[in-house]
Design a protein around this ligand. Structure first.
Ligand SMILES: Cc1cc2nc3c(=O)[nH]c(=O)nc-3n(C[C@H](O)[C@H](O)[C@H](O)COP(=O)(O)O)c2cc1C
Length: 187
């Protein structure tokens, strides 16, 4: 699919059909996530695919998000920062956030490119998830992503205009002679 189409199609989806995508598709999506920018080419994300319905029900409880009970797959993105803490010291925490965000965006764009849908899950109880999924104490649970065959949604998020958030050369300078204000409001 054309990149712009995928970006515009990508919307948070919380309703999925009972048709379960093949596991190969989920692995293909993770391969795309794994190609995201990473600090010093250090790959510290571990991906845990959960498809057992009993575990998924427990994940839904850990997230307090009912819709998760009906998703065919939840992928948990964990970071194992042991290597990078030593190399990057105080910047390590920031770099992990950058890398996880980049991997998650690749993940979700690939999901939509394959005709599937997903949702980003950032709200969860770390303690409960750790217990349910047997995640070791020294591994950080970064986020979860739901994946499935999304049911059609008319959801449209109102995206605030860039006019008050796009600056040129110096912070607060919203003027650029090459760009008309009217065009910015459409962006
Ligand atoms: C850091 C982060 C955490 C999020 N956590 C959740 C979540 O726990 N549950 C959920 O349904 N959506 C979650 N989302 C998705 C947002 O709610 C969604 O992207 C936003 O409402 C805009 O809608 P759109 O993605 O359809 O444009 C999260 C998104 C981000 C970036």
């Amino acid at each position: 699919m054309d990149l712009d189409k995928v970006i515009n199609k990508r919307k948070q989806v919380t309703k999925y059909s009972s048709k379960k995508p093949k596991i190969e598709k989920i692995v293909e999506i993770i391969q795309s996530a794994n190609k995201a920018f990473t600090h010093g080419n250090l790959h510290i994300i571990k991906y845990l695919i959960v498809e057992n319905p009993e575990l998924i029900a427990k994940i839904a409880e850990a997230c307090q998000q009912e819709f998760i009970k009906k998703v065919p797959y939840v992928v948990v993105l964990c970071s194992d920062p042991k290597q990078i803490d030593k190399i990057f010291d105080v910047r390590a925490k920031k770099y992990i956030k950058h890398h996880v965000g980049a991997a998650a965006e690749n993940f979700l764009l690939k999901t939509y490119d394959l005709g599937l849908s997903g949702n980003w899950i950032g709200a969860f109880s770390d303690v409960t998830l750790r217990n349910v999924l047997e995640i070791p104490e020294d591994v950080e649970i970064e986020m979860l992503i739901t994946v499935g065959d999304g049911l059609k949604t008319s959801k449209k998020s109102k995206i605030p205009s860039l006019t008050t958030r796009l600056f040129f050369d110096t912070y607060w300078n919203s003027f650029h002679k090459g760009i008309k204000k009217v065009r910015l409001e459409d962006m």
